[in-house]
Ligand binder design. Sequence first.
Ligand code: GUN
Length: 289
Amino acid sequence: MSATLIKGSEISKQIKEELKLEITELKKKYNVIPGLATILVGEDEASKVYVGAKEKACKELGIYSERINLPGDTKEGDLLALIERLNKDDRIHGILVQLPLPRHINKTNVLYAIDPKKDVDGFHPVNIGKLMLGEPDFLPCTPHGIQELLIRSGIETDGAEVVVVGRSNIVGKPIANMLLQKKKGANATVTICHTGTKDLASHTKRADILIVAAGRPKAITADMVKDGVVVIDVGVNRLETGLVGDVDFDGVKEKAKAITPVPGGVGPMTIVMLMKNTVQSAKMHAGIV
Ligand code: GUN
């Protein structure tokens, strides 16, 4: 078997078109323009690329965007004061502080300072708590993108054995929580594997849907999956040979029913879900939802 490709690059375009229509209508009917502020502290090259892509997506969709670049030696207090200003700014419905932050800044203090109603990353503890309770305002962007990929590719999650490799706060823990909710596009039996897992392959071989966010190239090889598995590769590893995921794509695609490529799989979905959250926030602030 050679797998069908789950093309996030195409599915994300479709969602962008839906969002464009929604944004045009918001402006026409309610005079509301969604606004996103992105904050980048320091000179991390990958972060610059990510923030640039987010800004570009805003422009493309008609979302007002404010990009704030701060020097790497910015004091934590100054960053917190900026967030406080943006919390009060009516043009801004979403505030995103790009991670990682320089070491002298306490990430927790910064993420807690963002108004949960403007936390379009879904990283604030209030939003993480609401997600666990199944009543989210904002779903974190990468897990939300993964769920949309599954739904829009017609992959049944109801009763499926889902195995998540990786327990990060950004991907592993939230996607596991989302897929175990008793909801459409969820209701799965979920296992989370991590660096403390004893026999990783014994778990991954059981998966109907395998979600890999391990942060390591070739963490999953063909001998670790069953025939007909659906594989979502969240990895982004920059090697000399180019960008690769966490899954040995060439080997695993021969056994999988469907698989996301890297690049062009989960990555483009993350950005579009950020746009979706910003639109949703603008609607919430205007009392439209
Ligand atoms: N760094 C890597 N991924 C993300 C993300 O989704 N949001 C933010 N704010 N920073 C990141």
